[in-house]
Design a protein around this ligand. Structure first.
Ligand code: SF4
Length: 397
């Protein structure tokens, strides 16, 4: 791989490519985090280079073709029609409840190698795919012509199952380039999800003729900015995310809400009221909701983060029900019932993993918006590269 080809093609990285040849340093600040792009450094791990940092995390660029996945289990969550794309493997943000490490770290050897080489935990690194927009275009074409040119093929592709799509302006530009490729070369619709108000910048940059083919969602499990800050590191303030959603709605963009992950509550009705007070449900196409799920050490880490931030009541409640399966199920049901009171059944998409004991209760509430997910989903068999296989497993989670 030549040096220039190893560099991402977004505008910031194009600057970086020039910088790399001149061996000068380029700094690109953003309102949320900061992308510091430096000349590419060889890392000692095949197919990986290091270049600066994002949100104070070392930034690694990997050579991977796994940008678009056509057999994603996110379809079961009704977020897409089996299609997803990602421009990275490790996020610029660091949410304590994040499931990505538990799902992919042990399956992608390159991530383990980076971790070992630089003595970093997964959450301490940001991993981007080099030339992700070019790889998306390559996937979408055959012999230079669009592969998916059926005008009736209006499937929804979701981004991203692994990283935030708008954590910094650099990533905004990459997301816009990938979206533009999809919009030009297919008739698909795109669903984007972010914890950053910079998602508005994505919307502003996507050519206006494609406005009706992109659906924007801002994610938060609480309407309380201070509470979110306790366990989400680097993300945009909840108040700013809500303002971004409002801006998108007021400017005629398609939107949806993602109320996730929801902590156990002392008053579930009050929580549901806070959601509908802050989010204009009438303008959302759908409202996804999900309680906090156990992934690896995520629950322990979230409890500790809440405690460290002085949110002792929330930490105690989460810990208490985490150790009591019956209380956990009860909390999920109360959350669902409270939200189902204020969100119409054709709009609510409440994601719930079930077991043999709980399945009947949730299945009976599908019309009210329950999406019943298998506790131990089967792994999909996806042909292709090792990374693609690993990502398919993620999508099944
Ligand atoms: S924004 Fe999403 S992918 Fe990124 S750390 Fe948070 S939960 Fe994980």
């Amino acid at each position: 791989m030549s040096k220039s080809k190893s560099i991402n093609t977004s505008k910031t990285e194009t600057v970086a490519a020039v910088a790399a040849t001149k061996t000068t340093e380029v700094t690109k600040p953003s309102p949320i985090g900061e992308t510091v792009v430096t000349p590419m450094q060889e890392l000692g791990v095949a197919g990986v280079k290091e270049s600066g940092n994002i949100n104070s995390k070392p930034r690694f660029i990997v050579e991977s073709g796994a940008v678009i996945n056509s057999k994603s289990g996110f379809m079961k969550k009704l977020l897409c029609d089996g299609l997803t794309f990602t421009a990275g493997h490790a996020c610029a943000f660091s949410c304590k409840f994040c499931y990505v490490e538990a799902m992919i770290f042990k399956k992608i050897k390159r991530l383990q190698a980076i971790s070992k080489e630089r003595n970093l935990k997964f959450e301490e690194m940001c991993v981007e795919i080099g030339d992700a927009p070019a790889k998306a275009r390559k996937y979408l074409t055959r012999n230079g012509k669009p592969r998916f040119d059926d005008v009736n093929d209006n499937r929804v592709i979701f981004a991203s199952p692994l990283v935030d799509v708008a954590a910094t302006m650099s990533q905004v530009n990459t997301t816009v380039e990938i979206c533009t490729a999809i919009l030009e070369l297919t008739h698909w619709q795109i669903r984007l999800l972010s914890k950053s108000p910079l998602l508005v910048e994505v919307a502003k940059r996507i050519p206006v003729q494609y406005k009706n083919r992109v659906i924007y969602g801002l994610s938060t499990g609480t309407m309380d900015s201070d509470l979110a800050k306790a366990f989400e590191i680097g993300t945009g303030l909840v108040s700013k995310r809500l303002a971004a959603l409002k801006w998108l709605q007021e400017n005629g963009y398609r939107t949806y809400a993602m109320v996730c992950p929801i902590l156990p509550q002392t008053d579930y009705d009050a929580f549901a009221q806070s959601v509908v007070k802050q989010i204009d449900i009438g303008k959302c196409e759908h409202v996804w909701a999900e309680i906090m799920n156990v992934r690896g050490d995520s629950l322990t880490a979230t409890v500790q983060a809440l405690r460290d931030a002085g949110r002792v009541d929330e930490a105690d409640l989460l810990k208490k029900i985490a150790n009591d399966k019956s209380a956990w199920e009860q909390s999920a049901r109360q959350t669902f019932e409270a939200l189902a009171q204020v969100i119409p059944g054709d709009k609510l998409r409440f994601l719930q993993y079930v077991n043999a004991k709980s399945q009947a209760w949730w299945t009976a509430r599908k019309e009210q918006g329950a999406i019943v997910l298998a506790k131990k989903p089967r792994k999909s068999k996806v042909a292709g590269k090792a990374d693609n296989k690993a990502l398919a497993v993620v999508a099944e989670s």
